[in-house]
Structures are given as C-alpha cells and as structure tokens.
Design a protein around this ligand. Sequence first.
Ligand code: KG4
Ligand code: ZN
Length: 336
Amino acid sequence: MSSPGLTTLAIETSCDDTCAAVVRDGVILANVISSQPEHDAFGGVVPEVAARSHLQLIEPVVQAALRDAQIAETDIDRVAVTAGPGLSGALLIGLSYAKAFASARGLPLVAVDHLHGHICASFLEPEPVDPPLLSLIASGGHTFLAAVRGHTADDIEVLGRTLDDAAGEAIDKGARMLGLPFPGGAPLQALAEQGDSEAFDLPLAHGVPGLDFSFAGLKTALLYLIRDLGEQEAQVRRADLAASYQRAVVEQLASRVKRAMAETGMTRLAIGGGVAANGPLRARLAELTGDIHVPAPELCTDNAAMIAAAAAHTPVLTGSGVLTAEVYATGERGIA
Ligand code: KG4
Ligand code: ZN
C-alpha cells in the first residue's frame, strides 16, 4: 500500500542515466536526469564508463533534485533506489550512495526493481492510471509485456519478454546499419517518415510462441537485405529500409499486445520505456484500444521518479536488509 504524506528521495543508476527525483504522494517535485553522452561514440553503453560517470554525477544530480524540489534534506522521509536489473557496476554506485545517505540520516531504505519502476511510471501524477491494465515496456535494455492487476510487484505477471534483443536495441542496431547515429530511435523514425513502410517484407517473429518477442532475426534480415541490395542501392532506398524496419518492430510489438488483450480480456494499456516515444508505435497501439496511456517522455525513459512511484508499493528494508548484498539480491530476483 502507498504511504500518504511521505517524501521520497529516489535514485536510479541502472544503466547510463544518473537520475534523482523527489516525489511526495505521487506528485513529482523534482525529476533530474543526467544522460552520459560519452557512450554515443561507442554506439552503445560501455559499463565501465557508465559506472565511473555515475560516481562523478550522483552527488550533483541529487543536490539538483533537492534544489528543484525546494526541500531540505531533513524533509526527506525515505530513500528509494534501483536494486536491479541493470549493469552491476552502475547499480552499485546508486545503491552505495542511497545506503550511505539513508543510514547517515536514520532513514528507511527501499530497494526497487527497475522494471516495477517502469510500470509504476504510469501511476504518477498528473495523469495517473489505475490497474488492472496491460503494460508494454520497450527500451534499449528490456522489452516485456505484463498483466498488472495491482500496484505491487506481486500483482504483476509477466506475460512475455524478449528472447534475445530488446526492441530499442534492435532499433539502434538497425539504425546503425543505415548509417544513423546512436541512439537510433528518433533518427530512424525521422528517416522512416520519408519512406514506404511496405517497400520490404521483414520478419515479424510469428514463429515465436505465446507472448514472447524476438528481434534477432529481424536484425539479421536487414543485414542481408542491405547486402543483397548492394551499397549503392541500399543508400538510395535508405528511407524505405528505415520505414520497413520500423514497421516490423511496431507490428511485432502490436501483435503481442493484441493477443494479450484477447487472452486476458484487459483493454487498458500503458506503455513505457524509450521506444514508447515512437509515433507510429503509439498510433498502431491506439488502433487496438482507446484506453491507452503514455506517460510524459521523461517518465518513459530511465528516471528516478518511477523508482519513487514503485517504492510506494514496495516493502521497506529493515535490519540487515540495508546490507548491499541483500539489497542487490532484491534486484536479482526481479519481476521479469
Ligand atoms: O528507456 P531508454 O531511454 O533507456 C535505455 O533502455 O537505455 O530507451 C532508449 C531506447 C533506445 O534504444 C532508443 O533508440 C529508443 O529508446 N528510442 C526510440 C525513440 N526514441 C528513443 N525508439 C523508437 N522511436 C523513437 N522515437
Ligand atoms: Zn529502463
């Protein structure tokens, strides 16, 4: 159950964004996200670089959140932190910081599952939505579909997950093959607008049973398609390739949502993760249900406000629970 009147300082460092937020009763008082551009040159997140950057950024990011929220440290009632899943070195920076912050001030500590956090982003003001609902989370690191029957992690049933790449990962790799910068989602969408999404037939992973996803075959299909077209022709047809590739990702996500709606009878849909920013995906999902909810962009990508939202529905760690080893195990158990 959520605890009314509590002010939560939340910290999220599971990947390449250093995040801190202050949330009171589901109302976001501050939501600071400091992205790390140093990964872009590598075409993906470098774990060691991420951990070092978190170490440098965590204190200024937390101070910025307190400033934005216009509260003093003494106004904080509890600390929430992402325990996992994520990059272990990156997670440990946030966990160690949160643990030290909480224990120095005698505050309770809540260890939050990152994926529970993505789902709970939909519970935040100003447009909170209530379960039961289906939640589709698609980002650079994860892609899964869950039946959300209540607010706690125990109320969430993961119906399907990717068997290989995450949707965002597939988008980034496809975009890279088309010569687009990292992260590739927004540039791919822009290029696709000038192309014909029916120009090429790319696999939709129909062979994957149940509600799981698979994007590895799609990625390979694009690679072979570009090779077969030849460098020059592939360059000329870049926009068609982008549009067809994007359509294949969107159609695969939509087909699982459609099937999940039929199987569960749930028609309310909430989406999250960076890929939720995709215009054609939103439009396609809106064809499946009028009851669709997309949090603001800064709540779809990794952020700490969603960690505070999940903390409201997660037990506080007590006693030896503040030991990092146990906090970390909470993340490893995970919902998905
Ligand atoms: O949740 P997120 O910000 O963080 C990570 O998982 O790291 O998701 C990032 C992913 C990237 O793969 C990015 O290319 C994708 O979200 N993305 C998009 C769009 N904007 C970001 N994918 C498709 N269309 C977009 N407009
Ligand atoms: Zn995430």
